[in-house]
Design a protein around this ligand. Structure first.
Ligand code: GTP
Length: 343
């Protein structure tokens, strides 16, 4: 019977006893129901084809309710204090009446199967706050897959009414650009006394930042933190600004003492106000949507190509021919594309 009604089958998430309709999930999300949101994210993150379809259908339904948050990206080398900072910063925002969703991207989980961010229970306090929603990094799949899942989770969180979305990534170089492509404001968390002035961070990553904050500016470390802040400001002064019309600066804070957080929030609010006035806020959002469209299109074409029934066996054959010198690389590619276009 299901086979005769594919539409009907498609509209239901089949759990053993409790089928959930897309409509119910949508309603739950729009009412800010956390369990509906969590179920929807599970659909988005699932690698099963039918879940993917349901997830996309749901996303289409909630799309008109997205786009209303301020999206903040945070990165920093391991040990910079990201969890401590986000927990304190998130609590402060919740106390001010905001609702905050925290999503994580952990490149190590998709590249090696291990995880830098995900292994331990993180941000326990914030997770318990009724105005906050903390979601660990999707662990399975390629970095591109993690990108899609995080981007779609962000949209679901917006539909659920979270007005501040924080996307955290561990600062090891692979995922900063990806996060920058998803957020309005990008913050780099730094620490003092790491010897070389860029603390292992490439200049390219500093160029992505709308602000840097030297964490752990407390106790004996305070003076050193101020010194690092001055050094970073000197470097930032010579870099191309990450956002048109905004000059990125360095600040200090202590996540443990909860100092400097309010000042940093004032900087972010000022950024939002200025960039909305100049139009660069919307320009970036439009550019991100365009980039996202092309990323998804290329991903889709790639997987369609490599999963094609005729292409699958032909690729290793062509590879052998290229290796043995029977065919040039260009000729082998031409033959594969010819085959693909016929199928
Ligand atoms: N003195 C001081 N220590 C801090 C501060 N923030 C974090 N720490 C400490 O720095 C260490 C690392 O903090 P985490 O928040 O786990 O830092 P992280 O490694 O960037 O974060 P994860 O990505 O969660 O591993 C912990 O021992 C924290 O207690 C701070 O403001 N002052």
């Amino acid at each position: 019977m299901d086979a005769q009604h594919p539409e009907k089958k498609r509209r239901f998430v089949k759990k053993k006893k409790d089928p959930i309709s897309i409509g119910t999930l949508k309603e739950g999300i729009l009412n800010g129901n956390r369990s509906s949101l969590a179920k929807a994210i599970t659909l988005i993150e699932s690698n099963a084809a039918h879940h993917y379809e349901w997830g996309q259908e749901l996303l289409g339904e909630v799309m008109p309710h997205t786009g209303n948050s301020l999206r903040i990206g945070i990165t920093g080398v391991p040990g910079a204090g990201k969890s401590t900072f986000i927990e304190a910063f998130g609590e402060m925002l919740c106390n001010q009446g905001h609702s905050v969703a925290v999503l994580a991207i952990d490149p190590s989980s998709s590249l090696s199967g291990g995880s830098i961010l995900g292994d331990k229970t993180r941000m326990e306090q914030l997770s318990k706050n009724p105005k906050a929603f903390v979601r660990p990094s999707p662990t399975a799949g390629t970095l591109g897959g993690v990108h899609r899942k995080t981007n779609e989770t962000l949209l679901l969180c917006e539909a659920a009414g979270y007005d501040i979305i924080i996307i955290e990534t561990v600062g090891v170089g692979q995922s900063e650009v990806m996060v920058r492509q998803m957020v309005d404001f990008f913050l780099l968390l730094a620490i003092t006394g790491a010897g070389d002035e860029l603390q292992g961070m490439k200049k390219g990553i500093m160029e992505l930042a709308d602000a840097m904050v030297v964490n752990k500016a407390d106790g004996d470390n305070k003076r050193l933190a101020d010194k690092t802040k001055r050094e970073l400001n000197q470097i930032l002064h010579f870099l191309v600004p990450a956002t048109k019309g905004w000059s990125s600066k360095a600040y200090t804070c202590s996540a443990i003492e909860k100092s400097g957080l309010k000042e940093l929030w004032d900087v972010i609010k000022e950024f939002e106000k200025t960039t909305k006035e100049t139009g660069s806020f919307q320009e970036r959002r439009d550019r991100q949507k365009k980039e996202w469209f092309y990323t998804m299109l290329k991903d889709r074409i790639l997987s369609d190509f490599f999963l094609d029934e005729r292409i699958k066996p032909a690729v290793p054959q062509m590879e052998e021919k290229v290796k043995s010198g029977d065919l040039t690389t260009s000729k082998a590619i031409e033959e594969l594309l010819h085959l693909y276009k016929q199928s």
